[in-house]
Write a protein that binds this ligand. Structure first.
Ligand SMILES: Cc1cc2nc3c(=O)[nH]c(=O)nc-3n(C[C@H](O)[C@H](O)[C@H](O)COP(=O)(O)OP(=O)(O)OC[C@H]3O[C@@H](n4cnc5c(N)ncnc54)[C@H](O)[C@@H]3O)c2cc1C
Length: 501
């Protein structure tokens, strides 16, 4: 059984649907969300009290910026939007890029019964590749994990601490020794495993850790194959109908061009349009238009007010002016040494803590609502808390290698700010998700309409309960008058059931 089925998630999912716009309506304290059906293009509207974005940070592919792309007659697609109608067996393919994505699919496409005739990979800059440990677990290990209580958790903690140690290596000064150990090991690994003609290029001349380190998924060994070519000194100049032309004028034919050129990491939530309580937007802030606005000090663009226009959020999750809105995998939440899943779990727990009073208000018991009619309808972070949080993040980030001027998708090219990485130990991220200051948030009363809605629901339940009690009372009274004792029957039923259970 799949996890989705086990937890009965499917009925709550709506597939083939893209969220286009979300607007907060203070009058009703709801988010109005416009959703597009990807198959029909039809737009529908849905309202919700709480809006959580889980669109990831690596889900919107970068466009193809090579001139002439529109002329190409073959298949041209991004690796994150794989064209499954293209059968690459015995075909000629051009791959653009050599990061985490390409190092996974180039080995897969160049081997096995469906391998390509030729794959030519264009690379701009080498990545630090390191050995991917993939041990075989013994039967004893399996047994311990399955049957001995606590061992799984203990092993998980051990793995966490092993990885967490690596954070020290990102510190500009204190991490030098660790980085030189990483560099030594990775260099040795690349030199041992890469083909001689590529060795000089494949050992990067950049500082290790600035770009995310790449675990080698058989990439170096696939470069030895006859059907794989790596071109690093003659970049693509433009695309033509049947292939590409390099800067030196070399023409290379191809049936397909696969882009592995990365994602729009500096435009979180893009291309959704999200507008907060004053109609203010957090849309793309790096466009020229918005930068002009910034200079003119016009209002309306959330990220222009903070962090010089680069993406930021309180604990990477909340924005002032955007009540009941939360961003998972938001700005400054990732790590260079541990998994995003851990980060997202911390954020989910943080969001649940914040919205619990609102949910409890909506689902209150009849009794509690009789004694107390007050409950919050929305929660929003204060702008001073947001500002303080961003300043603290920037302060910490200054001490880490991403502030040394190296290029990486973690850094906003316009401001030089690290907008992606959490600049501290991951255990502190976990602690922060629990030990935040409640005074950083304002809980607002629900609008009158919602109070009335909850009150009406309770009035209905109250009326139903009173009616039920009256009917049962009347039945009891009537049966007593007739000399019939229902409680004695219940006793008999209990004795009967006890004999069988
Ligand atoms: C090549 C590669 C290697 C990676 N390796 C690692 C790794 O080793 N460790 C690690 O921790 N992380 C890694 N990552 C990062 C990875 O993104 C996360 O680990 C993980 O996928 C994040 O999960 P998520 O659910 O937050 O986002 P995603 O998995 O990106 O899911 C986002 C979903 O939202 C949908 N969506 C986007 N916009 C909209 C919209 N407007 N309306 C409706 N739906 C929308 C997308 O279609 C997608 O289904 C890697 C990513 C890539 C691309």
């Amino acid at each position: 059984m799949s996890v989705a089925d086990q937890y009965e998630i499917r009925p709550h999912m709506k597939f083939h649907s893209t969220v286009k716009i979300a607007e907060y309506e203070p009058k009703t304290a709801t988010w109005k969300v416009i959703i597009e059906d990807q198959r029909t293009g039809r737009e529908t509207q849905k309202r919700c009290r709480i809006l959580i974005s889980a669109v990831g940070a690596l889900s919107v592919p970068k466009n193809c910026d090579l001139p002439g792309a529109e002329n190409f007659k073959g298949h041209l697609f991004h690796s994150a939007q794989w064209d499954h109608s293209f059968d690459y067996k015995d075909k000629e393919v051009i791959c653009v890029g050599n990061g985490c994505s390409a190092t996974q699919f180039v080995p897969a496409m160049s081997d096995g019964p469906n391998k390509v005739k030729k794959i030519i990979q264009f690379s701009r800059q080498a990545h630090w590749l390191s050995e991917r440990p993939n041990p075989e677990y013994s039967r004893f290990f399996h047994f311990m994990m399955r049957w001995v209580p606590g061992v799984q958790r203990l092993y998980r903690t051990y793995l966490f601490l092993l990885q967490e140690r690596d954070f020290a290596g990102f510190h500009v000064h204190n991490g030098q020794k660790i980085r030189s150990e990483w560099t030594h090991a990775a260099k040795k690994y690349i030199e041992t495993n890469a083909p001689a003609q590529y060795r000089d290029f494949l050992v990067p001349d950049t500082v290790i850790g600035c770009k995310r380190r790449v675990m080698d998924t058989d990439y170096l060994s696939c470069l030895h194959r006859e059907n794989v070519d790596l071109i690093y000194n003659d970049p693509i100049d433009h695309i033509i109908e049947r292939g590409i032309v390099t800067k030196s004028g070399r023409e290379i034919g191809a049936d397909a061009i696969v882009l592995a050129n990365g994602f729009e990491t500096q435009k979180p939530l893009f291309p959704m349009e999200i507008r907060g309580q004053n109609g203010q937007s957090i849309a793309d802030h790096v466009s020229r238009f918005q930068r002009i606005q910034s200079h003119l000090k016009l209002i309306g663009w959330q990220w222009l007010e903070f962090a010089d226009g680069s993406p930021e959020a309180y604990f990477g999750t909340c924005l002032s002016g955007f009540p009941n809105f939360f961003i998972l995998m938001g700005p400054n939440t990732l790590s260079g040494h541990l998994s995003v899943l851990y980060t997202s779990e911390c954020q989910i727990n943080f969001v649940i803590r914040l919205i619990r009073p609102i949910l409890s208000g909506l689902n209150r018991s009849l009794l509690s609502s009789l004694f107390n009619t007050e409950f919050p309808g929305s929660v929003v972070v204060t702008s001073s808390a947001e500002r303080k949080d961003v300043a603290a993040i920037d302060d910490k980030a200054k001490q880490l290698i991403w502030a040394t001027g190296c290029t990486s998708w973690f850094i906003d090219p316009d401001t030089g700010r690290n907008t992606i990485m959490f600049p501290d130990w991951q255990f502190k991220f976990h602690l922060r998700s629990m030990l935040f200051s409640w005074s950083d948030f304002i809980y607002q009363k629900p609008p009158k309409s919602l109070q009335r809605e909850v009150l009406l629901t309770h009035q209905h339940s109250l009326r139903a309960t009173a009616t039920g009690i009256t009917i049962i009372g009347a039945l009891f009274g009537l049966s007593s008058l007739l000399g019939y004792h229902p409680l004695s029957k219940l006793d008999a039923l209990h004795q009967y059931l006890s004999a069988y259970i």
